[in-house]
Design a protein around this ligand. Sequence first.
Ligand code: ADP
Length: 688
Amino acid sequence: MSDTHEHAAGDSVPELKQRIRELEGMLHACRLRLPNAPADAVRELAESEERFALAVRGTNDGIWDWDIRTNKVFFSPPWKSMIGYEDDELENVFATFETHVHPEDHERVMSILNDYLAGGIPRYSVEFRFRHKDDTWRWILARGRALFDDQGKPYRMAGSHTDVTERKQAEEELRQARRAADAANSAKSAFLANMSHEIRTPMNGVIGMSELLLGTDLGQTQREYLEMLKLSADSLLELLNDILDFSKIEAGRMELDAHEFDLSEVVTEISQAMGIRAFQKRLVFLHHISPDVPLRLIGDDGRLRQILVNLIGNAIKFTHKGGVTIEVSLEAETADRVTLHFKINDTGIGIAADMRESIFAAFTQAETSTSRRYGGTGLGLAICHDLVALMQGRIWVESQPGTGSVFHFTAAFGRATGTSLKSRKPRIKPVVTVHSSMKVLIVEDGHVSQLVGARMLEKRGHVVTLASNGREALERCGKETFDAILMDVHMPGINGYEATAKIRQTEQATGRHVPIIAMTANAMKGDREKCLASGMDDYIAKPLRSAELFHVVEQFAKRSATPEPALASPTSSAPTPPFDLAEFRESTGDEKLMLKLVGIFSEDSQKYLRKAEKALAAGKARPLYEAAHSLKGMLGVYAARQALEIVSKLCDDAHAGDLKDAQLMLDQLKKECALLGDALVVSFAPGI
Ligand code: ADP
C-alpha cells in the first residue's frame, strides 16, 4: 500500500490510468483466486455503495476526502456550492479549505484537527465561520474520520460539511432575547429597590409625626384614628422593607454581612420580642438550643434574625391555640464551620400538600382568602428562601392541615475561634440606662425629619440644636460642645461624611471626641461600613423610631456619678429613670410575666388615665380617686417610682376631695407614663 502512495505524488494522468488498469487486473485475479467468493457479498457491497452515493446526493451536506500525504482533497459539488462556487472554480487542495475559514476561528479549527489526527481527541467535530463567494460568512459544522497506517500515522481523512447558519442565527437571536430579558428584569429590580428606598424617606415623616401626635392630648376618636394611621404606616414600611429586600436579592445586590455573634443572644432576644405577640394570643411559646450547638458564630446575625422573625411571626399569625416552639440543633460541623438546623413548630392551621412548595415563591399565599384574613403579601417566605440559600442552607416545610406546621431551615456559619475576638455590642442593653439630659445637635436638611427627631428627643428631656446643612453644623461645633450629633448623610453642599471628617480633624487639636450618629434612609449593603469608616460612631436608619433613637443616642450619655434626685420637683424636665428594672424583675419573678406586662402597659395605663381625665373634667373626686388608685396599683408592679409618687399624691388629694392640683398632676402622670412606655419597649423589645 505504501508503495502506491509514494508513486502517486509525481504521477501524470496517463501513468495513473495505467496504474488503475493494473490494480483492476489484480482485483480481478484475486476474485478468480477466490472461487467461493459469495455472489451475495459482492452484490451487497455494490448496494451499500449505491446507498451511500444516494445518501450523499440526498443531503445538502458537502463531502470532502483528503489525502493527507499529497494534500489533495476531493470536494463534492455541494461542498463547493454551499459557499457559492461551481465545481471548477475551486482548487482541490487543502489550502482551499484553510483559506476560507474565518481568521478568528482558524486557530481553533486547526488545533482541533491536529489534536484529532494526533489521537488527542476521539472525534473530529467543529463549528466555524466559512467565507462565501459573496463575502458573507456561513456557519459550517464539519465532521470527519481519519484512517491510520500501521505506525499510527494518519494518511487519509474524509467527512462532511453541514451548513448550520440558520440554527446559529436562531441561537444567537435567542441569546440576545435572553440578554434583553435579563437586562429588563434587573432594571426592574433595581428600579424597585431604588423606589422603595426613596419611599422610606417620606415615611419618616408619616411615622415620626404620628408617633409624636400620639404623645399629645387627644380625644378618644382622634386617638383611635391616629392609632389606625400609625398601624397602616407601620405595615406599609414593613411591606417596603420586604420589597426592598426582595428586589435587592433579584438584582443580585444582596450580600451577607458576616461578623461574630452569639447565637443564644439572637434566639433569646427574638423570643422576647415575639413572645409578647404570642402571649397576647395566649399561646405557649418556647425555645431550645441543643447543648452541642456552638454559640459563638461568624455570620450575618441580622439576616438570621430576619428569617427567624418571619417564620416565628407566621407561626404565631397562623396559630390560634396551642403554641409555637423553636429548636436549634447541630446538623454538621468541621473545624471552622458549623451547619445548624432550625425548626419552627406550630399547632396552627397547617398548609395543604399542594401548596408546600409554592409558598416559597414570591407573592404566593396558601389560599386566596389568606391575604384578606391574615394580611401579608406572600413575600416573607420567598425572602427567607433566598437568604437561606445565601447561607448555604435550604428551607422546607412539613405540615398537616388543621394540626400544624414545622418550618425547617439549615444555615452554615463560621466558627468563632478563641475568645480574643470582640463581640459586637449587644443590640439591647438589659438594663435601662439612667439617662441625664443630653445636648444633641441634629444636622438634617429635610424639615420634616428635623422636626421629628427634635421633638422626639425634646419630649424625652434632651436639649436639641438644629443645623440644616454641613456648613452650619461645623459652625455650631466650633462654638459649642455637644453630647451627640445626629448627622444626615445626604445633604447639599458639605455632606455628612465630609462634615464628620472635618469635625474629627479639628478634634485632633482638642483631644475630644463627640459621638456622631449617621442618619440615613439608605439601607444598602455597605452603608453602615461607610459611615463607620468615615469616623462616625453609630448608625440609625430613617424613618426614626423613638425607641431606637433613644437607645442609639443615650448609649453615649455620660453616666453621671450622682444620679439626679428622684422627683426633685414635679415640674422638673430633666428625666430620671422611669422605672427600676431590678425591682420590677424581682416583684414579678418571671421573665414571661414581665413580657406580658410590658405588652399590656400602654393600653392599660391609657385606660386609667382616660378615666381619670374624664372624672376630673366632670369635677368628680370619687371616680378620679378610683382611677388613680387603679393606676397606682398598676404602676407599683412596674416599680415606676416618680409616677408612683405623683399618683399617690393624686390619690390622697382626690380622696380628700381636693382637686386644685389634680390637672397638673395628671399631666405629669401622662408624661411619666409615656416615658415609661418607651423605656419598657427599649428594654424588652429589641429590633421592633
Ligand atoms: P405572608 O405571610 O406575608 O402572606 P409568607 O411568604 O410569609 O407571606 O407566607 C406565604 C404563605 O404561606 C402565607 O400566606 C400562608 O398561606 C402560608 N404560611 C406560611 N407560614 C405558615 C404557617 N406557619 N402556617 C400556615 N400557613 C403558613
